[in-house]
Design a protein around this ligand. Structure first.
Ligand code: BES
Ligand code: ZN
Length: 642
C-alpha cells in the first residue's frame, strides 16, 4: 500500500510539473447511461481531481459559459455553394459574472443575432474579431445575465474549408451534385458559429432543405422528412463540435443487418456492403471487450474519392474513403478503427488536441484488438509490424522532437501536428506495453471501466494517468514504474520498453526479398502465390534501391503499375518515384487525378518533390487541385512550397 501511495503521488506530481498549462479541476461525477449490471463492472475509483489543459485552438470562453445544444435550420444551396439559414444555441453560465459568449467562426457571413429574453427574441450586440488564418474569427456576443438562447442567422462561404461541394461531373453518377463535410479538427467553425473545442459537448438537431432527388445525412439519428418537406435530424447524446457532419447527394442505402448498413452512390453500393459485411462482428467484438455500443445505429457512408481521409468517426455514421473497397476485405482495419472511435474518441474524448493520442492511440489499439478477434493473431501482428515501421519513419521525420511526445507541447502550431503516427502508433504501443505488463485479464476490464467512468466526457492525458493510478496501478503496484510511464507520455521518440511486433509471415517475406534482390532467385520465383495485401506491403515498403531493370522485372511479373488495391498501388508508386521508374508515371498521374485521400497523396507529392520531380508534381497538382478537398489543397500547397 505504501508503495502504491508513493507511486501515485509521484506520478501526479510529475504530470503536474511536466505540464505548465495543466491545473487540477474539481471532479465531476461520471455520467453513464448504462447501468452497472449491464456493464458488469466493479465500480471504478474516481481520482480526487480532474486535470485541465487549455485548448489553444479555440476563442471560446468555455470555462465561463458553455454551449449545450445547437438547433440548425439550413438550406443546402448547391447553386451558391453555401449553407444558408440559422442556428439557435442554448448555453449555460459556469461563472456568474460572464456577460459575453465567445464563439468560433471562420469565413461565415453573420446576418442577424438575437437573444431570447422575457420580451421574446430581441436583437443582440455582437462583434467579430480579426481573422486568423488558422483559427478564424472570434464572435463575441453580449448575452447579459439572463438569456439562455441566442439565434444567429448566417451563411457559410463557398470556400469553407470544412465543406466540399462537388459538381455532378465530379460524382460517379454524373447527374447530381454532392456535398460533404469534414469538421475535425478546426472546421466545424466554417459550418456554423460554435464553441469549436473538444472540451465542450453538446446535443444537436437539424432541419435541412435540399433539392429534390438528393438524400441528406448527418452524424445523428435520421428522423425523416417533416410535413413541410424539411429533413429532420437529432443527436441526443452530447458530442464535441468536431463530430458534427453532413453529406448530401444521390445516395442509396443497403442494410447489413438491422442496426448496421452502408450508404453510397449506386455504383459502389453492393461492393461496399460486401466489403464491410463483417462490421456487425466488429461491433460484437468491441462490445464484448469494452462495453455496450451507446449510439443506436451504426452506418457507414462511402464518399466520393476526394474524401481526404481513410475514414472519419462521425457518430452513428462513419465517413469512409472508397479506396477501401478492394474486393477482398484486406483494408477493413479502417472500419474497425472508425467503429472503435465509438468508445475511444466519441464516448471518451480528448479535451484538447495536445491529448490527441487519447483519441487516436486508444483507437488504434482497440482497432488492432478487434482485428485480432476477427482475423486472428497473424494479421493483427502484421498490421502492428507495418505500423511500427511507419512510426519509426514518422519519428525520424518529425518537424520538432517535441512532436514525438504523446502529450504534445503547448506551442504546437496546428492540430495537424497532433495527427501523426506518434499519436496513433506510439499511443497504441503505450497501451500494448501496459497490456503486456498488466496482462489482458486485468487490462481489458480496466479499459472498459475507463470508458464507462468517463462516458460522454472530455478528458486529458493526466486524467487517464490519474485514473490508472487509482485503479489498475493500485491493484498491481509493481507492474510498471513511474519512469516507464513518463518515458512513454512525456518523453520523445520510442521508449526502450516498446514491443517489437513479430510476424513469421513477414520474416519469410524479408528472406525471400533478400534472395531476389541479391540475384539468387528471379521475381517469378518469389513465393507470392498466397501473399496477402499485408505481405505485399511489407515486401514493397522494405525494398532497397532498385535498378530500372529490377523495377521492370517486378512490374512485368506482377503487373504492379495500375494495380487496383489502393494501398499496394501507393506502396509501388512510392518505390517508382524513389527509383525513377518512368513506366509507372502515367499510372501514378492517373492515381493522383482520381484519389484525394491524404495518406496517399501527401506522401506521393512529397516524394516527387524530394526526388527531383518538382515540375511533374506542380503540373499534376495544377490539374488535380480543383477536384481535391480544400483541406488537401492547402496541405499539398504547403508541401510543394517547400
Ligand atoms: N479521426 C481520424 C481522421 C482525422 C484525423 C480527421 C485528423 C481530421 C484530422 C480517423 O479516425 C482516422 O484516423 N482515419 C485514418 C484511418 C486509420 C485506420 C488510421 C485515416 O484517415 O487514414
Ligand atoms: Zn482515428
Amino acid at each position: 500500500m505504501t508503495n502504491f501511495r508513493l507511486a501515485t503521488f509521484s506520478l501526479i506530481t510529475m504530470a503536474g510539473l511536466a505540464m505548465t498549462a495543466c491545473s487540477p479541476q474539481t471532479s465531476t461525477p461520471p455520467s453513464t447511461e448504462v447501468s452497472e449490471t449491464e456493464t458488469n463492472e466493479a465500480q471504478a475509483v474516481m481520482p480526487a481531481e480532474r486535470f485541465f489543459t487549455a485548448d489553444q485552438f479555440t476563442y471560446a470562453n468555455y470555462q465561463d459559459i458553455v454551449v449545450k445544444h445547437a438547433a440548425m435550420d439550413l438550406t443546402v444551396d448547391f447553386d451558391r455553394k453555401v449553407l444558408d439559414g440559422a442556428v439557435t444555441i442554448r448555453f449555460e453560465r459556469l461563472s456568474p459574472d460572464v456577460q459575453t459568449l465567445t464563439l468560433d467562426t471562420k469565413d461565415l457571413t453573420i446576418k442577424t443575432v438575437e437573444l431570447e429574453t422575457s420580451d421574446g427574441w430581441t436583437p443582440a450586440t455582437f462583434a467579430m474579431g480579426e481573422r486568423d488564418s488558422v483559427l478564424g474569427s472570434a464572435m463575441n456576443i453580449t448575452v447579459g445575465a439572463e438569456a439562455a438562447q441566442v439565434k444567429i442567422t448566417y451563411e457559410t462561404s463557398p470556400k469553407a474549408e470544412g465543406l466540399q461541394w462537388l459538381s455532378p461531373a465530379q460524382t460517379a453518377g454524373k447527374e447530381k451534385p454532392y456535398l460533404f463535410s469534414q469538421a475535425q479538427a478546426l472546421y466545424a467553425r466554417t459550418m456554423l458559429p460554435v464553441q469549436d473545442t473538444p472540451a465542450v459537448r453538446m446535443t444537436y438537431e437539424a432541419s435541412l432543405r435540399v433539392p429534390d432527388g438528393l438524400l441528406p445525412l448527418m452524424s445523428a439519428s435520421q428522423d425523416g422528412k417533416d410535413a413541410d418537406g424539411n429533413w429532420r435530424f437529432s443527436m441526443p447524446q452530447p458530442i464535441p463540435s468536431y463530430l458534427i457532419a453532413i453529406a448530401v447527394g444521390d445516395i442509396k442505402f443497403k442494410a447489413i443487418n438491422d442496426t448496421i448498413g452502408v450508404y453510397a452512390e449506386d455504383y459502389i453500393l453492393d461492393a461496399s456492403a460486401e466489403e464491410f459485411a463483417q462490421t456487425p462482428e466488429m461491433e460484437v467484438a468491441n462490445t464484448e471487450l469494452y462495453g455496450p455500443y451507446r449510439w443506436g445505429r451504426y452506418d457507414l457512408l462511402v464518399l466520393p474519392p476526394s474524401f481526404p481521409y481513410g475514414g472519419m468517426e462521425n457518430p452513428r455514421l462513419s465517413f469512409m474513403t472508397p479506396t477501401l473497397i478492394a474486393g477482398d476485405k484486406s483494408l477493413t482495419n479502417v472500419v474497425a478503427h472508425e467503429l472503435a472511435h465509438s468508445w475511444s474518441g466519441n464516448l471518451v474524448t480528448n479535451s484538447n488536441w495536445r491529448d490527441a493520442w487519447l483519441n487516436e492511440g486508444f483507437t488504434s489499439y482497440v482497432e488492432n484488438r478487434v482485428m485480432e478477434e476477427l482475423y486472428g493473431k497473424e494479421r493483427a501482428m502484421m498490421e502492428q509490424s507495418l505500423d511500427m515501421e511507419g512510426l519509426k519513419r514518422a519519428i525520424s521525420d518529425a518537424k520538432r522532437p517535441e512532436l514525438t511526445q504523446l502529450k504534445l507541447p503547448d506551442d504546437m502550431t496546428h492540430p495537424d501536428d497532433a495527427f501523426t503516427l506518434v499519436s496513433y502508433i506510439k499511443g497504441a504501443n503505450f497501451l500494448f506495453f501496459l497490456e503486456d505488463r498488466f496482462g489482458r485479464d486485468a487490462f481489458d476490464p480496466f479499459l472498459k471501466s475507463y470508458f464507462n467512468a468517463y462516458a460522454f466526457e472530455s478528458v486529458t492525458t493526466e486524467d487517464f494517468l490519474a485514473f490508472m493510478d487509482a485503479n489498475i496501478r493500485k491493484d498491481y503496484p509493481d507492474a510498471v514504474t513511474d519512469a516507464e510511464i513518463k518515458a512513454w507520455v512525456y518523453g520523445q521518440g520510442l521508449p526502450s520498453t516498446a514491443r517489437n511486433p513479430q510476424s513469421d509471415a513477414f520474416d519469410k517475406v524479408a528472406t525471400a526479398s533478400a534472395r531476389w534482390t541479391s540475384g539468387e532467385i528471379t521475381a517469378a520465383e518469389l513465393p507470392t502465390a498466397n501473399w496477402s495485401t499485408h505481405e505485399w506491403l511489407k515486401f514493397l515498403n522494405d525494398l532497397p534501391d532498385l535498378t530500372p531493370a529490377q523495377m521492370k522485372e517486378l512490374d512485368d511479373t506482377f503487373s504492379l503499375t495500375g494495380t487496383q488495391n489502393a494501398e499496394t498501388a501507393f506502396a509501388w508508386y512510392m518505390q517508382a518515384i524513389k527509383n525513377g521508374y518512368a513506366p509507372a508515371m502515367p499510372a501514378l498521374e492517373e492515381f493522383l487525378m482520381s484519389v484525394g485521400r491524404g495518406k496517399f497523396i501527401y506522401r506521393l507529392y512529397g516524394a516527387l518533390n524530394d526526388n527531383g520531380q518538382v515540375d511533374m508534381a506542380n503540373r499534376i497538382f495544377a490539374k488535380a487541385k480543383a477536384g481535391y478537398h480544400p483541406i488537401a489543397q492547402r496541405r499539398i500547397g504547403d508541401i510543394l512550397a517547400k
